[in-house]
Structures are given as C-alpha cells and as structure tokens.
Ligand binder design. Structure first.
Ligand code: FAD
Length: 448
C-alpha cells in the first residue's frame, strides 16, 4: 500500500467524513478534516447537524462496519449507557396489520443518540496520528489546476480566507454540499439530480423516567408510515442516560406537533403504546422539528468528465428519507469502498475518482429502492408498474411478518441490510407472502 497521497482533505466531520478520515489515515501521510461547526468536547447536538435531535437508528450492517474500523466501539458505547438488545426480541413493531410477537433473531442492535455515536467516532478519529481536525472553518470552494484537477480547497473562518493544498479532496459536507455549483464553476456539466419526496416531517424529544418507574418492556418502538392509509407513525428507542428518544413523524400534508401538548395529542392519534408510554414520563428536551427528508441522488457517476483529486460521499451524493434509517450505514459502506480502492491500487497510482463515484452509485442502488419504492406511493400516482409491483410486494411482506417468524426475520435482515434481495428468493417464503391470504387484507396496491 503506497502513501503517495501525501495530504487528503475531508470536508465535514459528520458520519461520512469521520468514516472516510478513518480509512484515509491508513493510506495517506496526512489527513485534514475541515468542519464548519465549532465542535463540542462532549457529546451534544450542534448546528451543522440539525438531524442530531432526531432518532438515529444504526442498522446492524452499519454497526458491524463501524466496529471493524473502531474495534471496541460497541463496548465503549455500552459503557456510556447505550443498551444492546436483540432486534426481534426488543422491538415492538406496530405494523399496519399487526404486531409480530417477540421473535429472537440473533441480531444485536445498539441504540444511542446520534451525538453520542458521533462523539465516540470523532474522539477515535482525532486520536489517529495522521489526522488533524480543524473546526470552525468553512470550505468555500475548490482550488484547481485547470478544470481537470482539484488540488485543494478554499476555506474561510472569522479571520478571513485561505487555501489548503491537497492531493485528494473528499466532499462529505452532507445535504448542504455546494459541489454541484463548484463543478459548474469549473465548466463541468451539471449532474442529473433525482428526487422522490414523501414530504415526511419529524418531531422529536427525549424523556426520562420518573424515580421508581421502570422503562417500557420494549427497547425500540417502530410504527412505519404507509401510503395512503397510514400517514402518521413514530420511532422510539431507549438510549444512553436512561432516556427514551421519541420521534413522531408524518407524511404528505400531516401537521407535525411543535409543543408539549400537541406532541402528546399527536401520539394519542397513533395505534400502539407510544401515547400511554410518554404520558407518564418527564420531557427532558424541547420538541424539535425537521422536514428536509427528501430522497435525493446526484448522478456524479454519469458525468462525462470528473476532475482528478476529488471524490464525494455520504449525504452530499445521496440522501434517503431517514425513516428507513440507512444514511449512516451507507456512509460506512462508502468508506469501506474507499478503503478497498485505496488498498487495491498499484503504488503511486492516483485514486480514480470517477471510478469511485461509479462504484459508490452501485452501493446506493438497494437502499435507494428500499426507500423510494414505498415513498413513490405518496403523491406519485403515475409511478411505473415495477415500482407499484415492488411496493405491493413489500407491503405484502410486511403484512405477513406478524404471522410468520421467518418472513419477519427476512424482512428485518433486508431492513438492516444484512440480507440482500436474494433472501426473498426462498420458495417457502414466497409462498407464505404471495399465496396465503391474510385475514381482512386487501390485495390491491397501496399506491396513491
Ligand atoms: C431527521 C433525520 C433523521 C435521520 N435518522 C437516521 C437514522 O435513523 N439512521 C441513519 O443511519 N441515518 C439517519 N439520518 C441520516 C444521517 O444523518 C446521515 O445520512 C449521515 O449522518 C451521513 O451524513 P454525512 O456525514 O454525509 O452528513 P452529515 O452527518 O450531515 O455531516 C455533514 C458535515 O459537514 C459539515 N459541513 C457542511 N458544509 C461544510 C462546509 N462547507 N465546510 C465544512 N464543513 C461543512 C456539517 O457541519 C456537518 O458536520 C437521518 C437524517 C435526518 C435528516
């Protein structure tokens, strides 16, 4: 493995940026992570990551990849109070047509707040000898040697503007990335952007348990949305500090709560135990709302020209409706791709950024379909038939889950990305999902 990349600059110290910095530190002489926020010493929410106020579930696959890069992470988070539990046993899944009984799955899940996870990763990344984190510094543009080569970034802080040279620049600046505009300024064509928007809104807060009151019997509560009949749902997880983190969500034109009283009132409109649970708890945060949940992918991989010395990953390339919990896991998988490509290069061969974007696009295919197939059903009445058929099948799978532990386990594997679509090619599973009618169910598609 060569260290011909003398200096890599990573824009953004979110999940994708930290994961990328971790793998770059094995292949580069120096890695600088540039973050526009001033970063807190302790775990806590921050302005650049407003989503940190909302429930962040880390899928089983993402947890596995992060543990590989940061050995002992799970134990460290556990010491910080983040519980570990089996998904099938600890989840209360309030599905449209039933709640599966507890079903041991051997799928360990750990639940925590996003700031706790981010803080643990940041501490470990900044402890790496080759990594420097510069916070309170905003990247304002690319430094180039002609349109075909990126050789660093321009940055700004309270003292003024500066430039930082780099052999490789990594855009991990998230949903608010300015990369499309920066590429246009280099005279490169605009990449195609695809969006699917279910207009999902989030409203979240944390609770503590009053003295002497036991936490709920479940570790996580999941009540998914489904078009058109189930526009309201929720997530709740037990996290560090003996807290319960609750996100209420709604699709389309659903009005999300913004204060104490309407939070509980909204919860009371949901089936399942959420209202009853939170009614007796003590709120420990204000209600926070968030509405930028569009699925959006930017087809950098299709650009005919792509500058040397540049790659992009994480939300800056592809964001998912967070209701499917995929973003952090996809960021981890993209960092793993970066590691694989860095390792497999011949010494002194530069990283092929265009090839990286092509391979990254392949990683996003499955999670993109998982999120957008059901999301099309909100307000896309003229969806193509494969999307409608896919949605019909997924709904059927979900409706079978409460009655069939094998189907519930397979669905959970797909959700957690530990199983691929091939898991569905099991004749017994297909017969259970397709042939056996469920009591009281409708066989029509649920597209709007
Ligand atoms: C409401 C909500 C809930 C979510 N829930 C989940 C979930 O349950 N599970 C899950 O896996 N994912 C979830 N996600 C997605 C997850 O937050 C992201 O996919 C994940 O954090 C990867 O993002 P990232 O690192 O690309 O961007 P971010 O984590 O957003 O980080 C981007 C970083 O770049 C910095 N930055 C931006 N511009 C600049 C600049 N010009 N210069 C320097 N720094 C800059 C920002 O300050 C920020 O620190 C959720 C997202 C939202 C919005």
């Amino acid at each position: 493995m060569g260290t011909d990349i003398r200096h890599a600059v990573v824009m953004g110290a979110g999940m994708a940026g930290l994961a990328a910095a971790r793998v770059l530190a094995d292949s580069c002489e120096a890695v600088t992570v540039i973050e526009r926020d001033r970063l807190p010493d302790a775990s806590g929410p921050r302005a650049g990551v407003p989503q940190g106020h909302h429930v962040h579930g880390l899928l089983a696959l993402g947890a596995e990849v992060f543990e590989g890069y940061f050995p002992g992470l799970r134990a460290e988070l556990e010491r910080a109070g983040a519980p570990v539990w089996d998904w099938g046993e600890g989840l209360c899944a309030v599905l449209p047509h039933g709640t599966p009984p507890p079903t041991p799955m051997g799928m360990p899940i750990q639940t925590f707040s996003r700031p706790l996870l981010e803080h643990a990763l940041r501490r470990r990344v900044t402890a790496l000898e080759r990594v420097t984190l510069r916070d309170g510094l905003t990247v304002t543009g690319l430094r180039t040697a002609g349109p075909g080569k990126v050789v660093g970034v321009r940055v700004k802080d309270g003292d003024g503007e500066d430039e930082i040279a780099a052999d490789l620049v990594v855009d991990a600046s998230g949903r608010s990335s300015h990369l499309p505009q920066w590429l246009a300024a280099l005279g490169l064509p605009s990449p195609r952007t695809t969006t699917v928007d279910a207009q999902v809104g989030y409203a979240s807060r944390t609770y503590s348990y009053p003295e002497g009151q036991a936490p709920p019997s479940w570790m996580g509560l999941l009540q998914p949305l489904r078009a058109p009949d189930f526009p309201k749902g929720c997530y709740a997880i037990q996290i560090e500090n003996n807290a319960l983190h609750v996100t209420l969500h709604g699709a389309g034109d659903t009005q999300l709560p913004c204060g104490d009283e309407d939070f509980l009132a909204y919860a009371k409109t949901l089936r399942g135990p959420i209202a009853e649970t939170i009614a007796s708890l003590t709120p420990t945060s204000a209600v926070r709302r968030y509405a930028r949940t569009v699925n959006r992918k930017i087809a950098y991989h299709r650009l005919a020209r792509w500058p040397d010395g540049l790659i992009a990953l994480g939300d800056s390339v592809c964001t998912f409706n967070p209701a499917y919990g995929q973003g952090m896991t996809v960021a981890a998988l993209e960092a793993r791709l970066l590691e694989q490509m860095l390792r497999s290069r011949r010494t002194r061969t530069p990283l092929d950024g265009r090839d990286f974007q092509k391979r990254l696009a392949r990683i996003t295919v499955s999670p993109w379909l998982m999120a957008t197939i059901p999301d099309h059903a909100w307000g896309h009445p003229r969806s193509a038939w494969p999307i409608k058929a896919g949605n019909w099948f997924m709904n059927r799978l979900i409706d079978t889950a409460p009655h069939d532990p094998r189907v519930y386990t397979t669905f959970s594997g797909l959700f957690h990305m530990t199983a691929g679509p091939l898991a569905l090619a099991d004749p017994r599973l297909l017969s259970s999902v397709l042939v056996r009618p469920r009591p009281g169910e409708s066989l029509r598609t649920t597209t709007a």
